[in-house]
Each structure stands twice: as C-alpha cells, then as structure tokens.
Ligand binder design. Structure first.
Ligand SMILES: [Zn+2]
Length: 111
C-alpha cells in the first residue's frame, strides 16, 4: 500500500489505492516507496467562514499554535498560488490568524 505525505501539514497517511494505473498516472515522478503528496483528511476538508474549527499543533520558526483550541472561522484571505490565511475567533476571546495546517474543521459530536 502506498504512503503519502500531506503537503500542507506533513501528516503521513496510507493511501487506499484500488486503481494502481490511475495512481501511477497521478504521481509519475514518485518513486516506489517514496511519499506521494496527497492531502490528509484534516486538510482536505474545505473550510468556510462560519465553520467551527479547532486548532492543531503547529510550531515553526514563526508561530507556535497549541492544539485543541476551539473557535469559529471568521475570514479566509486567499492566495491562489501559495495557500490562504485563516482568521479564527477563539472561544477564549482571542483572535488569531493562522495557516491551513494550524486548523481543522470540528467533527460532528465534538461540540
Ligand atoms: Zn494535512
């Protein structure tokens, strides 16, 4: 079973590939055993203003976002080439602007 890496957040995932020919066509440059770039479920889900979201841990040279903070997505500022900036009003009252890797949609039943 091929593996993939989410190009947005770096999550590793198994790909359930039933059609190997279609996979090879989609990733002609990926060598066998290497990680194909495919979004994980948390990054694949489309986010819209008004969605209830929760933060994921994101730490890099520029930001340190703690996971599990709940909030509402207020605005999405679009950069079609490089990805968007997401403005989140946290339930704590704080307002943060984060990249896609730092949030995911709240699951049903997650409150
Ligand atoms: Zn991801």
């Amino acid at each position: 079973m091929p593996y993939a890496m989410c190009p947005i957040c770096g999550a590793m995932l198994h790909l359930n590939v039933s059609d190997h020919a279609a996979y090879a066509e989609r990733h002609p440059d990926v060598r066998s055993g290497d990680l194909a770039p495919e979004p994980c479920f948390s990054c694949f889900q489309e986010l819209l203003a008004g969605d209830r979201v929760v933060t994921r841990r994101l730490v890099n040279d520029n930001v340190a976002i703690e996971p599990g903070q709940r909030g509402e997505l207020k605005a999405i500022y679009v950069n079609r080439e490089f990805g968007n900036a997401y403005v989140v009003a946290l339930d704590s009252g704080k307002r943060i602007t984060v990249p896609r890797a730092a949030i995911r949609k709240r699951r049903d039943g997650e409150g």
